[in-house]
Design a protein around this ligand. Structure first.
Ligand SMILES: C[S@@+](CC[C@H](N)C(=O)[O-])C[C@H]1O[C@@H](n2cnc3c(N)ncnc32)[C@H](O)[C@@H]1O
Length: 397
């Protein structure tokens, strides 16, 4: 919970994170960090599923189909304007997530800038270019954008051209390269204009979970993220937290859980394989493409192959609580409208009329020592956003 007298605060502590993720996840899926690496090794040494050829063929076909589904889904997503986005039930949560990415990106660009003047970035799974302005604000020099969805890449390039055109003549915009590729199957190094290119930062926002369908795919995604990083460079990203997903699933009396803004549906309960543990994430009633659990201790273990050291892993709640203490980040949060005003002003309305959605805010607001208005998200939005975690790895010498 955030400090009660803060103007920005968080929802119920029942969504607070466990003290020790590793221990908790062990008890849920019955495996341990060490057993995950031994299971990894077993798979490398000759996984049962890959010995039978017909089965392998079936796996490959299903995996390719899934990649196609991801590309088709994202290609079809309409680019809606600002006005449309502002009408969304989850506009503040989207802004909140965007704030979080801005703070994360800013933090690590600052670190890189201490060491180098010219900064080169890889935006892996860039989508339609939602982070292009963050790269401009971060004064980088070169950007490579890669995504599996060709239409998203086109829109990303269009958006980049618009940013360049709109910019003041003295206001230098970074150069950019756009690559359509399934980064869980293809090597980006073979598609780069300059095959020797090296990156200072790789940003992979809300993407890695699509590649955990198989060990090979997850490994290729990690390879693309890390192999061209300079020593001292960072791999940063966001992904759903397997611990949180499994905990909530186990607490539910069916194969799914959720609320008025999102739902998550697993195919099975009680069995959580390291790869290919599929679930459907449905946000604002829109069925998304299937995602796969990313068991973080395994992710960390796999990243070691590319000489990556974990700098930190934080849940969104932890990240928010820590970073919002910084005045600069707090001002950015207000500017980005990442939190909703509570109580709303006389002309305003809350994002939800459902009972209980703002009880947490009401409780804090009732304290006479607290200054009004407060900033918050509805209970359902907190529940949705607190599924995610932030991670940062550094490339070792
Ligand atoms: C939730 S969106 C996030 C987009 C962007 N990173 C952001 O934060 O706004 C996930 C993106 O990952 C991309 N993606 C999924 N699987 C991929 C893969 N195998 N290779 C490259 N991109 C992939 C999707 O096409 C989509 O653009």
């Amino acid at each position: 919970m955030m400090a009660q007298n803060s103007r920005l605060f968080e929802a119920d502590s029942k969504y607070a994170d466990p003290k020790d993720d590793k221990d908790s996840i062990r008890s849920l899926d019955g495996s341990q960090t060490s057993s995950s690496s031994s299971s990894l090794k077993r798979r490398r040494d000759g996984d049962e599923g890959y010995e039978d050829h017909s089965h392998r063929k079936k796996l490959v076909t299903e995996e390719s189909l899934h990649s196609e589904k991801v590309a088709t889904h994202y290609n079809k997503l309409q680019e809606c304007g600002l006005a449309e986005r502002n009408k969304s039930r989850i506009v503040h949560m989207r802004n909140f997530n965007n704030w979080l990415k801005s703070v994360l990106i800013g933090e690590f660009l600052d670190k890189v800038r201490h060491r180098r003047r010219d900064i080169t970035v890889l935006d892996l799974g860039c989508g339609k270019g939602g982070d292009l302005l963050k790269w401009k604000k971060g004064r980088i020099d070169k950007l490579v954008c890669a995504d599996i969805a060709a239409v998203s890449i086109e829109q990303c390039q269009q958006r980049y051209n618009d940013i360049r055109r709109r910019g003041h003549p003295n206001d230098r915009t970074y150069s950019a390269e756009f690559i359509t590729a399934d980064c869980s199957r293809e090597l980006l190094s073979e598609k780069l204009r300059d095959p020797e290119m090296q990156f200072d930062l790789c940003s992979c926002q809300f993407v890695c979970h699509y590649s955990f369908e198989s060990e090979e795919q997850a490994d290729t995604m990690l390879r693309n993220a890390c192999e061209r990083l300079r020593p001292g460079g960072f791999f940063i990203g966001t992904t759903p937290d397997a611990y949180e997903l499994v905990k909530r699933l186990e607490e539910s009396d069916s194969n799914s859980f959720g609320n008025e803004v999102f739902s998550v549906t697993f195919q099975k309960k009680g069995e959580y394989p390291l790869f290919g543990c599929q679930y459907d994430f449905n946000l604002e009633g829109v069925v998304n493409v299937p995602e796969f659990l990313v068991y973080f201790p395994l992710f960390e273990e796999m990243a070691k192959k590319y000489n990556m050291r974990l700098v930190y892993k934080k849940t969104f709640n932890e990240f928010f609580e820590e970073k919002v203490k910084d005045e600069k980040n707090k001002v950015l949060m207000q500017w980005m409208q990442g939190l909703e005003q509570y109580p709303p002003d006389e002309r305003g309305r809350l994002a939800s009329d459902s009972p209980g959605e703002y009880d947490h805010a009401k409780r804090v607001a009732a304290d006479p020592a607290v200054r009004h208005p407060l900033g918050t998200l509805s209970k359902s939005e907190w529940e949705a956003t607190s599924i995610y975690l932030v991670y940062v790895f550094e490339k070792m010498l």
